[in-house]
Structures are given as C-alpha cells and as structure tokens.
Design a binder for this molecule. Sequence first.
Ligand code: SF4
Length: 64
Amino acid sequence: MRVTVDQPKCVASGQCVMLAPEVFDQDDDGIVELLTDTPDTAHHEDVKESAAVCPAAAIHLAEK
Ligand code: SF4
C-alpha cells in the first residue's frame, strides 16, 4: 500500500490521526502530515478506514 495526502484539501478534522496515529500526524494548524507513505500491513485496515471517513477525501491509497 502506498499512501498520499492532499494537504490543501485537508480540513484538519483529525479523524485520520485518531484512527491511525502510526501513519498520520497533524501540524500546528491541524493539517495532516504523513509519517510514512508505506505503512506496515498491520495498519492497512486503519488507513483504509481513515481514507473512507476523511471528510475532505484528502487521503489517497494505491497498491504498490
Ligand atoms: S481526516 Fe482528512 S481532513 Fe481530517 S485531518 Fe485527516 S486528512 Fe485532514
């Protein structure tokens, strides 16, 4: 899995950080920051859920 985030779209809601704190963080303004673009398999379901619930559709997943 390869993860990308579209920071200009992010509305700083924080769902992704709550669901997958090993993969996502937020900067001082609450905007998503990617900690890794190739998360461990153990985190894939959390990352998929983050992408599904992101209100801005700012998280994109691809198979690598
Ligand atoms: S869930 Fe989406 S809008 Fe919310 S902080 Fe994460 S990337 Fe940004």
